[in-house]
Design a protein around this ligand. Sequence first.
Ligand SMILES: [Zn+2]
Length: 217
Amino acid sequence: MRIVLVGPPGAGKGTQAAFLAKNLSIPHISTGDLFRANISQGTELGKQAKAFMDAGNLVPDEVTIGMAKDRMEQPDAVNGFLLDGFPRNVSQAEALDVALKADEVKLDAVLDLEVPEDEVVKRIAGRRICRKDSAHVFHVSYNQPKQEGVCDVCGGELYQREDDSEDTVRKRLEVYHTQTEPIIDYYRAQGLVRTISALGKVDEVTARAMDALKRDK
Ligand SMILES: [Zn+2]
């Protein structure tokens, strides 16, 4: 299956993408991983991306699309893939269609994870990260540390990242609404969109997503 995963920040896309890719035996292709891989391997596209990033600029769509195309053409992606973080606007979605058409394949589904905006804010703004190890993540409501402000794992101080502040989250949601949400309409016109609620436990959402992917539109 060839799947695009969309949803606002805080919908748990990365977590769901990893489980779904495993269940469906297809590679999980995230833009974050693509950038890291191309830059660390020093590919031509990686060098271009790095130059833009080093200058504090956004990486242009054609560079991102080039990386995604290279990755989708690798042997493990012949029978499908799950795209996460790409396309993020309509022009990228159009370019993806062109790239897939050139390879004579098509998308099978666009999985749209839906979360109410206030829930997104609560999820992200409640995150607390350990200063000693950013892998130690807690939440003021959903995953409280035993002692407020202190990491259960290593005793480090917990803090809220600037990116996770309510103002920043609202700004990221705004960007999602204006740039990424229009791709849902774009794909709806192609009959590809399956919308599910991303509320609940991780495994419940995965089960819901698997059902939605199996059903005929
Ligand atoms: Zn810690």
